[in-house]
Write a protein that binds this ligand. Sequence first.
Ligand SMILES: Cc1ncc(COP(=O)(O)O)c(C=O)c1O
Length: 446
Amino acid sequence: MFLKEELNQYINSHSKSKKMWDRATNVLAGGVSHNIRNLNLPLIGAFPPFIKEGHGSKVIDIDSNTYDDYWGAHYAMITGYSNPTIQEKIEDQLTNTWHLGTVMEQQVLMAEKLIQDNKSVEHVRFCTSGTEAAMYATRLARAFTGKKKVAKAKLGWHGAADTLFYDVRVPLTGKETRGILDDKEAGVISIDINDQTVVDVLNQHSNELAAVIVEPVLGGGGGFPVEPEFLNLLREETMRHDIILIFDEIITGYRFCNSLYQNELNVFPDLTTMGKIIGGGFPIGAIGGRHDIVEQANPTIPDRVWIGGGTFSNYPLSMIAGLEILKILKDSTQEYQRINKLGEALIADLNQFFREEQLSYVTIGHKSLITLHSLSKNLEKYDPAEIVHYSDKQKEAWTQLSLLNRHITGMHGIGALSFAHTSKQIHYLRETIETLTPKVSKEIHR
Ligand SMILES: Cc1ncc(COP(=O)(O)O)c(C=O)c1O
């Protein structure tokens, strides 16, 4: 009954979105251009709200429903939507044009800033997306070492390019889609995070492994933090075997502090991929790291490594917004501390509530990154593979729909906090989750 009423309420308050969804599914594969943006709502006979505006922590849909937003555009908008300083800079630039396809001053300033902020970043190449950055980073590593294979973490998400789209989702059986090579043909080896067996794996494949790529927090995989000891172990073992260590900091970069997360962890890779936050809300990807590895891409040297070539690489608006956001973040130490603390408390409080009420939900994350997992059974341990294995997509969709009815939107199980969120909003989020999850659970598992 509760769920039926929730669905009716949602449909009644989203009539324009419903019409647009019907049109979308006529012309776009599955109605979307990014698979998770349907919020799994079609699974329960619903559809996503079409969002038209974002201001600070709020977004508004085409039916004029306003929401507290915890998605933050794939975790990219750390200061909230429509930051006025960035908006002003972009408007200024628009009067001078918005795409040139030439070298430009701002990319130099942006590269200098990334180098200044981050000890391991000695040299930079920009591209347009995180997917490209990860693809090029492994290419650079293969070229540098002369070796062919790449190890990646199970559940690690580096974009859906052919090269690294393996063992991303449970049941972790290798390639994630028809249309790409099998993992053995593609030379991808998967490793478990926080597991000492990695020593044996790297030892066994040392002669063929060009790189290990890992996110310090498995964001897309479900918010699972990688232990600093494990990252240290990776650093030692990769160094021992002449394997390039790549940290994918596309989510974690500038998320927890005003530089890459590796600076807090005090573990430094050879290469780092960056994106999301550093574009200030515009498309960006970057590869940064050791001079000798990145400089292989210099087009004037013999036998250079060809990376890049994107029409929109070093896109002017991305560089301008990027420079501005990095400036803002430099002065945001207190804001980081505030949202880190609020996020940590939210994760702990929700988990305590779920345990006390014996609800099959769990919140996983790190500081301001938060993933609410809707599960089909109670789990004793917070083991990544088990959590993802027992993830219940219908339940997630019902939970999401009930949150939308109470003016909260997120994706992928909540998402991330931004500087624009107030303690009051986060309190409301917690209260709402604590009110809804027992009701959703009761009907789903009846
Ligand atoms: C860790 C990580 N790497 C790479 C990517 C791909 O970045 P993009 O979506 O900009 O291509 C993502 C995107 O979610 C990501 O989270």
